[in-house]
Structure formats: C-alpha cells, structure tokens
Design a protein around this ligand. Structure first.
Ligand SMILES: Cc1cc2nc3c(=O)[nH]c(=O)nc-3n(C[C@H](O)[C@H](O)[C@H](O)COP(=O)(O)OP(=O)(O)OC[C@H]3O[C@@H](n4cnc5c(N)ncnc54)[C@H](O)[C@@H]3O)c2cc1C
Length: 372
C-alpha cells in the first residue's frame, strides 16, 4: 500500500520537522499536518530567542547541546545565520531576591554587572528599577523560519513525505501498527510519533493512549514602535520573576507580560489585557513612553505538571512515541532534542554530547507521569 510508512509523525511544527529530518535518513517517514502549511501554530509564534539559562533542567541541557548546530549548521542547511548574537539582561527588581537565587542555581556563564554598566547596554533603564543585574553574553536571536525550512528540506531530500491538510481525525491500533484517518485519506505505519504540540493529549486519546495532563498556556506578544537611536542593538531584557520581557525585533520592539493562561488547544490570539500589562511594566522599568501598539500575536506554550518535556515511548504501548511539552523552549532546544528523540525512536543510545550536557532520560520519559 502506498500510504504505508515505517513512521508517521503527527504535526509539522519544529518538533515534528526536526525529528523527521533525522528519521528519514534510514526509514520511510511521513509527516501529517492538520493545517494547510507547516509551522502555523506555536512554531510560527515564538519570540525566537536562544536563552541557554532559561528553562527547566532538561531544557537547559538540550538548549546548551544545540548551540554548536545553531552556530555551524551542516553545509547547505540554511542560506543565512540561524543564530545572531544578542546579549540578555536579567534584572532583579524590588522583592525578587528568591528568583535571583533560583536563576543563579542553574545558570552558567552569567556575569553580574553594575547598574551603571547595565545602562550602557540598555540606556532607557530607570536607575532605581533594578537592585542587581546579570548579563548573559551567550544568548541571541534565532531565525525560526530558516531553521524550520532547513529541517523540512533535509526531510524531503531524504525521501520523506509531508502532507498538509491531513490532520488525524481517527487513529486505530492494529496488530503491528496504526491506521490513521485524515481528510487526505488513510495512512498506516508501525510507529506513531505524537508531535502535535498543544494537541498532544487530544492525539493520545484518539489513539487510545492515556493522556499525560498537557496544559496549553497562552502567551501574548505586543509589537511597539521605538523612536530611540541605536535601539536595535539593545539586549533582551527581563526581570528575574519573569513578569515582563522585551527585545528589539525587525526594527520594532516586542514586549510581553509573560502571561501563561491555561486554555484549551485552539488557534491562539493575543490577550489585550496581558499586553497592556507588559507595556505598563516596561514603562515602569524604563523611560520609554509607549503610545501605541503596532500589532500583536498570541501562541500556546504547552506544559505537563513538572514543566519538563515528554519524550519517549508510552510505557503501555511501544508503538506510540511522545514528543510534546516543550513549553517556551522548543526552538532553542530543537537540534539536540530532535537527535535525542530520533535515537529513542530507533531504540538506540542517546547522543553522547547530549548526555554530557546533563540530560537525564528519567526527567523526560512519559513513564514519570504515570503510576503503573
Ligand atoms: C509567544 C511565544 C514565545 C515563545 N518564545 C520562544 C523562544 O524565544 N525560544 C524558544 O525556544 N521557544 C519559544 N517558544 C516555544 C516554542 O515556540 C515551542 O516550544 C515550539 O514551537 C513547539 O513546537 P511544536 O512543533 O511542538 O508545536 P507546534 O508548532 O504547535 O506544532 C504542532 C503541530 O501539530 C499539528 N497538529 C495538531 N493536531 C494534529 C493532528 N490531529 N494531526 C496532525 N497534525 C496535528 C498542528 O497543526 C501544529 O502544526 C515560544 C512560544 C510562544 C507561544
């Protein structure tokens, strides 16, 4: 049958595209995407930052292990840089001492700098806003579109098939695999990879697999015009309690109140109130006067209870592989996470550099979320 594959991946966001690129080198692989193009949901809505000191422990390991790829991708992968240096400032505002301790306990390469020096980087900062300031010089802006397209190109060159407008509407377990019904017809495979982002638990239930308790959380981003010479090189700036962040992007500035409102999976839109709060906090921290919003967007960051990603075969079904729960770190960790997931799908050892970076499989296995 033409629609028979070794592996079918549900979802063509960064998670599905990147793992597919690896798997297609040796297996017959298809990606089935619900929308009419890949990257329409969370992947197309990120802040595009590389922050190796941001995220839970497994994400720190995976993000740090992804740096070599971002800095030097394989020949022909992308026709421009994937990562452009932009420092980050972590500011301890009044009452945020405990958040600073938490940040420092897991961080690497942060440098505490004076408030005067902080204002050299970010001249609009009010001198009395922050008590302490930490500079991360290992951060930057990612080109998400280039990264995503690069993986999809690798996948197609290796013979992989991407089918858009092919969301799974029914998933049946058969003796040796799966039968998946979509608006484009039926497809069959031995191994099913759940890379459906916010819809991760929806897909699992459709396949008769127990859910892991995935919660999509909305985050809203406002884009504001800035009239300040040289602002394009300002760092990414956040407070240590993560109540707001802002950074220059494409000739304007993005700002967020770092909202994380639990919602059902859907085509997300921005929350106006959350954006207004972000702007107010930015104005409270700086001398910037924001008079209007250029545009905005919203996206879903999806988490399970411990905040770690869910990566591995379901403990009750060795044909169903989870690749969800990347929260707000799924782009910056994709190169290492996709290599790791591919080895796990193929029942191989995880890459040595990822293990050395500190990834502990017990922290990401779906089994940790079940009492079997
Ligand atoms: C506002 C915001 C800012 C962010 N900033 C950053 C950042 O700076 N750095 C960073 O690393 N990360 C960031 N993230 C997080 C990052 O964007 C995500 O972790 C990542 O995009 C998740 O990718 P994904 O492929 O799992 O999900 P998605 O991109 O959502 O892909 C899942 C795909 O599955 C498809 N699908 C769903 N159901 C089905 C079905 N039944 N059948 C077939 N297909 C299906 C969907 O259509 C979708 O295309 C941010 C996220 C948001 C919202």
């Amino acid at each position: 049958m033409d629609n028979q594959f070794d592996i079918i991946i549900l979802g063509a966001g960064i998670a599905g595209a990147s793992v597919a690129a690896h798997l297609a080198q040796t297996k017959r692989v298809a990606i089935l995407e619900m929308e009419d193009r890949p990257g329409y949901h969370t992947t197309g809505r990120s802040a595009a930052s590389y922050e190796p000191n941001y995220g839970p422990k497994p994400m720190l390991a995976l993000t740090r292990a992804s740096a070599p790829f971002f800095k030097a991708p394989p020949e022909g992968f992308a026709d421009g840089p994937l990562l452009v240096h932009r420092p980050s400032l972590f500011l301890e505002a009044e009452g945020q001492e405990a958040f600073t301790e938490k940040l420092l306990s897991a961080s690497a390469g942060l440098e505490e700098i004076s408030i005067a020096k902080t204002r050299d980087y970010f001249p609009v900062l009010r001198p009395d806003y922050a008590k302490r300031s930490f500079l991360d010089n290992h951060t930057g802006d990612l080109d998400v579109d280039l990264l995503h397209r690069g993986y999809l190109r690798l996948f197609k060159v290796a013979g992989g098939m991407l089918m858009n407008h092919a969301g799974a509407t029914a998933i049946e377990r058969e003796a040796k695999g799966w039968r998946i019904t979509t608006p484009q017809g039926k497809f069959a495979c031995t191994t099913l990879v759940n890379a459906a982002g916010a819809w991760g638990d929806v897909v699992a239930k459709m396949a008769g697999v127990a859910a892991v308790g995935l919660t999509p959380k909305r985050r809203s981003i406002g884009v504001i015009p800035i009239d300040y010479a040289g602002f394009e090189v300002w760092p990414m700036v956040t407070d240590n309690a993560e109540t707001w962040y802002a950074k220059p992007q494409s000739g304007k500035m993005i700002v967020s109140s770092a909202d994380a409102t639990p919602v059902e999976p859907h085509d997300a839109y921005a929350d106006d109130m959350a954006i207004a709060e972000g702007i107010e906090r930015l104005m409270n921290a700086t001398t910037l006067e924001v008079t209007h919003l250029d545009h905005n967007w919203g996206g879903l960051r999806s988490f399970v209870s411990d905040g770690n990603p869910v990566v591995g075969y379901d403990p009750a079904d060795h044909g169903f592989f989870w690749l969800i729960g990347q929260g707000g770190y799924g782009i910056q960790s994709a190169p290492a996470l996709s290599r790791t997931a591919a080895t796990l799908i193929l029942d191989e050892d995880i890459p040595a550099d990822v293990a050395e970076a500190g990834l502990n499989l017990a922290d990401i296995t779906p089994a940790r979320l079940r009492s079997l």
